[in-house]
Write a protein that binds this ligand. Structure first.
Ligand SMILES: Nc1ncnc2c1ncn2[C@@H]1O[C@H](COP(=O)(O)OP(=O)(O)OP(=O)(O)O)[C@@H](O)[C@H]1O
Length: 571
């Protein structure tokens, strides 16, 4: 289902709220309908015939109608949230799902444009829908009420009023496509600025280190300038639109002012009817037309553009049937093949692998060969183009409890603002303090725990004040404390010293379950029970000793790693 379908479907689901809104509209339209009519009566049957009390009485009735209208508006605002908030929730869910299932996510970086989509476009859709429900609905009701009222009070004026209004609305409609194009260009330029500044700020250290500040500044300047140009074009279109609508709003008023005296003189119209018609025009039709310009020119356009952008970039994948539970934690990999986007060569090609409780596998291979990609496939984060990963016989992405059974610790440790207890207990919220301390001790984080001030110690946002190694120890202890039965360390110990790394790995092998280590140092391979060597087309699985004998690539990797101490290959 696309986002536009989702938008429609979610709004339709709120049909009860919509009906209540319509009922409120009838009340809201009361002053528009009665305004001219009551002014006519006040003049013709009151002030003009020497009965001021009757005139005041009619005007008082007008006051009552206005109060009823205000009450209707109040009900509308109350009802609005019931219709709009579920829409916002559904769209945010859709966008988050779309970004998470992006087949080509940005590599090793936050998806800045994804965030822009959530924070900006979804908000635009929500606000625009609310604006439409309030303004457009009120405009339709008010205009209909005013036209019926005008026809009953001064039918002779309908023609001079209707012609300019119809012409203005037609020209305005003809301008809309170019307005939409310009608005869309502005949205794209805005996203581009977010992307460029996000990339430059994220890589500031490297930018400074390479002396690339002028190039980076130019890229940001370029993006901002393009955005400014797009904004100026939108402003020009906005000005043209306002002019057309202003003419459409004023010409009927002027035409009526020109025609009405003659009609009153020839007694085709009473003075009260002429005044009533002017009230319809000046207090209802004119503001309504201006509102139409504001709403269609900004709200509708922004709504169309934002929805289109959301639909393009965040198609909603059909929800996965995550109904099955895996009971065991055996992983079975068969014929696994994965390529990134339109890349010609698969990163993982026809891989077969079995992992059972107690297994300890190290994955080695040169940089960029596909080790992290394999980790993503084993956890169900990535979907293979061919082959399968079964967790206890259930396709891993469909196992509802895969998050409890499998833990992936990436190189960039995730530490959030909160106490150390919150951080360590993230995946084991009911664990006792003793259990958390044991986990910290097991991975070698007890000193850190003491130094920070125990489990109650407050940690800063994004591991502020912690070294890379300390943050990694916290991430390791957190998973050690969890119930995960398959633990995948994706260079999760890269900033620990070799002894600390060995201790952390040992902690997971003695804890039970399956351990997969994407090796940062080849010592991890020496410690593992089996080793998977990824090397492009060739993938080999064996023990360290076997691979030294059978894999040139593995022997070469070992040789490069330990140049001072040649490894015996058995040849
Ligand atoms: N999001 C992505 N979009 C497109 N290509 C990607 C993406 N992530 C990884 N790749 C490509 O897939 C290949 C394997 O990358 P991967 O990160 O799995 O390698 P790796 O062996 O873990 O590397 P390293 O040891 O440097 O971390 C690389 O060629 C990489 O450029």
């Amino acid at each position: 289902m696309s986002v536009t379908h989702l938008y429609r479907a979610t709004l339709l689901q709120q049909w009860r709220g919509g009906l209540v809104l319509l009922a409120c509209s009838a009340l809201e339209g009361a002053p528009a309908f009665f305004s001219g009519r009551l002014v006519e009566l006040a003049v013709d049957r009151g002030f003009a015939v020497g009965a001021p009390k009757a005139g005041v009485g009619y005007l008082a009735l007008f006051g009552v109608a206005a109060l009823a209208g205000a009450f209707g508006s109040r009900l509308v605002w109350r009802q609005l949230g019931q219709v709009v908030e579920p829409l916002r929730d559904a769209l945010v869910t859709a966008v988050v799902r779309g970004v998470l299932h992006d087949p080509n996510p940005p590599r090793n970086a936050a998806d800045a444009s994804g965030v822009a989509r959530i924070t900006q476009h979804v908000e635009v859709v929500r606000d625009a829908t609310a604006g439409l429900l309030v303004q457009a609905r009120a405009m339709v009701v008010t205009t209909a009420a005013a036209i019926v009222g005008l026809a009953t009070v001064a039918g002779q004026l309908l023609l001079p009023v209707a012609v300019p209004v119809v012409v203005a609305v037609a020209v305005f409609a003809a301008l809309l496509p170019s307005l939409a194009r310009r608005q869309r260009a502005l949205v794209l330029a805005d996203e581009r600025t977010a992307e460029t500044t996000g990339a430059v700020l994220g890589g500031m250290r490297d930018v400074v280190a390479c002396g690339a500040e002028p190039g980076a500044a130019l890229a940001v300047y370029d993006a901002v300038e393009k955005q400014a140009e797009a904004a100026v074009k939108v402003a020009h279109s906005g000005a043209a639109r306002s002019l057309v609508i202003s003419l459409g709003a004023f010409v009927p008023l002027i035409a009526s002012l020109a025609v009405a005296p003659g009609l009153v003189e020839s007694q085709e119209l009473t003075a009260g009817a002429a005044l009533g018609a002017l009230v319809y025009l000046a207090t209802t039709m004119q503001p309504t037309l201006r509102g139409l310009a504001a709403t269609a020119g900004t709200v509708v356009l922004r709504l169309i553009v934002a929805l289109k952008r959301l639909a393009e970039t965040a198609e909603v994948p059909p929800p996965k049937p995550e109904t099955r539970e895996a009971h065991g934690a055996d992983l079975e990999v068969r014929g696994l093949t994965f390529r990134w986007g339109a890349a010609p060569e698969p990163v993982v090609r026809g891989l077969d692998l079995d992992l059972r409780a107690g297994d300890h596998l190290a994955v080695v291979g040169p940089s960029g060969i596909g080790k992290s990609t394999l980790a993503g496939l084993l956890t169900g984060l990535l979907t293979p183009q061919a082959g399968r990963v079964l967790l206890d016989g259930v396709p891993v992405a469909e196992a509802a409890n895969r998050h409890e059974l499998i833990a992936l610790i990436p190189q960039q440790a995730y530490v959030f603002a909160g106490t150390l207890r919150d951080n360590l207990g993230l995946f084991a919220p009911t664990a006792s303090d003793e259990h958390l301390r044991d986990a910290a001790r097991a991975v070698g984080a007890e000193e850190l725990l003491t130094r920070l001030g125990g489990l109650d110690a407050e940690l800063g946002h994004e591991a502020e004040g912690l070294s890379g190694g300390e943050a990694q120890l916290i991430a390791l202890a957190r998973v050690h404390a969890s119930a995960a039965r398959i633990v995948i360390l994706d260079e999760a110990t890269s900033t620990l010293d070799p002894a600390a790394e060995a201790r952390a790995e040992r902690a997971f092998t003695t804890r039970g379950g399956t351990l997969v280590v994407i090796a940062h140092r080849l010592s991890s391979a020496v410690r593992a029970r089996s080793v998977l060597v990824l090397d492009g087309r060739e993938t080999l699985l064996g023990s360290h000793a076997e691979l030294l004998v059978h894999s040139r690539r593995y022997a070469a990797l070992m040789q490069a790693w330990l140049p001072a101490e040649p490894i015996r290959t058995g040849h």
